[in-house]
Design a protein around this ligand. Sequence first.
Ligand code: LLP
Length: 416
Amino acid sequence: MTHFSYRDGELFAEKVSLTAIAERYGTPTYVYSRAALTEHFRAYSEALNDYPHLVCYAVKANSNIGVLNILARLGAGFDIVSVGELERVLAAGGDASKVIFSGVGKLPHEMARALEAGIHCFNVESEAELEVLNEVAGECGTVANISLRVNPDVDAKTHPYISTGLKENKFGIDIHRAPDVYSRASELPNINIVGVDCHIGSQLTDTSPFIDALQRVLALVDELSARGIALQHLDLGGGLGVRYQNEQPPHPAEYIAALRRELGDRDLTLVLEPGRSIAANAGVLLTRVQYLKPGDEKNFAIVDAAMNDMIRPALYQAWLSIDPVIPREEGNSRHWDIVGPVCETGDFLGKDRALAIEPNDLLCVGSSGAYGFTMSSNYNSRGRAAEIMVDGDQAYEVRQRESLADLIRGETILPV
Ligand code: LLP
């Protein structure tokens, strides 16, 4: 989190104090750093510079159009999983011809819109989807570029909820069936085969599962080539982990060097779909302590952010750093469970954190730029947080806090 650091005893995002952001925009608030997003994206694009590539940022990690626009300006492509994400990319100035459409359940109307926009490729996840896409493309009078997302049956050694490349997972087509499905695809009039894709999971902290998957996919590429099906690109998905606590994930440059060693001199464009490794450590969640409730068993610090704002601790037992924006003398510290106002025991942001805090203090939840706001909800009728983008010494409100009117928009009561 190099762009979030203390200066004179106060936590800053780039050159803007988090206290100033909280005073101006309230809390809870997500704060992102343009410099961090840029640095993380460039780690990929620079390592691939002299190699044919397309880095498609996974929009699901953080889909704020302010974030997407910064990445689009750096030349990013985008990995989307819904027409909603496609419209966000277009609204943010993204280039449709660099968009890859992933996901197991694409709807015909989503396929039609993506074809109309002229996306780069569909990552097809089943034979049934392939047939529907062929029909939709026919109705649209066009041809759909496709990759098959294969399931290589590799253990990503990550949390089971974010592991996707095992046979037991719903994702992709069994790699052993893939040659037959490619043959079928090659017969379909409105399908144009361009690549192969796999994504084995998220928050991987070791390159070996990626290499294992890549070797299996390359064996498939070679087999297809022997059958006369030549691919133009290989998409290895996202999944590179970040440091939340003590993890030591490889730097993107190290990861890419390892991939390049395997790829050898094959004539393939390398597509990657990183989400977390670009956004997670480019954002924090700012929250204020409301009440302190010390007790015999536990001390609770009740803050104004909750599981509806940041669900990762509740859903994946994720550990996120929690630091005071203005640290107090450590002598007064106790162990606190940092909890929100939502009526669920699972509503916590962190447990057993040694902190010296008082009511009204601001806390900064680290590494929250990915799968933070995008997984937030209105549970307990809580409006979703504001989102602020810091750029040098400027802060921009890239999404307003939701109001009560936003909360009930589209709802009605019966006439009698
Ligand atoms: N491509 C595909 C097809 C994906 O399903 C995903 C993430 C990505 C790319 C991006 O992966 P990343 O580089 O961010 O690891 N909500 C969970 C993470 C779910 C990831 C889902 N797929 C969390 O908060 O940990």
